[in-house]
Design a protein around this ligand. Sequence first.
Ligand code: 2PG
Ligand code: MG
Length: 414
Amino acid sequence: MEIKNIKGYEILDSRGNPTTACFVELSDGSKAQAYVPSGASTGSHEAVELRDGDKIRYNGLGVLSAVININTIIKKALLSQNSYNQKNIDQILLDLDGTNNKSKLGANAMLAVSLAVAKTAAISQGLELYQYIQNIFAPNLHSSKSFPQIGFNVLNGGKHADSGLDVQEYMIMPLKNNINENIRIGSEIYHTLKNILIKNGQVVSVGDEGGFAPRLDNNEAGLELLVQAIQEAGYTPGIDCSLALDVAATEFFDIKFKEYTFDKQTYSADELTAIYNSWLQKYPIVSIEDPFAEDDYESWRNFHKVTDSNLRIVGDDLLVTNTERIKNAIDQKLCNSVLIKPNQIGTLTETLDAINLSHNNNLTTMISHRSGDTIDTFISDLAVGVSARYIKSGAPARAERVSKYNRLLEIYYL
Ligand code: 2PG
Ligand code: MG
């Protein structure tokens, strides 16, 4: 079905910063739009998010240059193209850009178009988006719906809050088989945690991803709190609900001295590993994302080598949804799980390629939101469409976070 119209525009993300949106219309009248999220703890190898830098508008954060790219060069190339051929659409975008990091058009321009085309094509074919993605991802597999395990980020640290915690995300991961049960458990523990914080005289204001941002004595205190919240909510830690972390260690790595500043002290990678190992003994942690900095390969490899293979060691800044970096991680045995963020790479096809490569090499995938997000729910359909093992979309609170969880429920009951 031919693309009849494309319109890019600027909207706000959950932090109140501008981001790109794109509306697509097909010649049969099908219409849809996509909104692109934006990170704060971005990996330096991510595709380029084009920002105007014009201090007079939005403090330099405007995305009008990306929007103009959509409305001129991209629109011109894509009008009359077949929206059902996602690969071809994305290839045209890649050819137009011509750089290896999307710095000409901007990944935020390209992804808005790529996702909006997919959504519109799904509507045109009378399919739910997750079904449409299933068809592109594994055309010969008529798979049933398979739902991801959810990591709810209930304590925010690092660049997402002023809690002072170095660990960026403390997640609870309910372990039931039903998505609706897991969402209920996530919400109950979140509210129990809030009551514990109130009793302790802590603030209950939240960080960028909807998790609480209390000032705790040290990073380990966050883990103790979560175990307490799981128990007080009536669940058994490790049986009903596990823990997952995103340490986002690139943020506190000193590249010159090869040191990590954690709990106000400096540690070598070996010393940091010892801290992780002591936590793994004491707490039901099933997943650790970015335990080391994005280019500190040696530390990743050593940790992976000696760690129980049941622990998910998740590469985010390390891999940036980039097949080249994932291939390297496979060759060098750096980790066993891949965080997937479509805006790190810039097109749907490349995102699906990254997932495919990971699954074919027995790496699990966790589909992820960004800390600056919108009510767009593409990642929920993506997670079901590719049968990803995990998803994370922040706390079970705030519209831009719960929209993803509610979309999973919608798919479940459809
Ligand atoms: C992360 C993400 C999402 P940001 O590091 O995994 O939680 O944060 O979007 O700020 O990169
Ligand atoms: Mg991360």
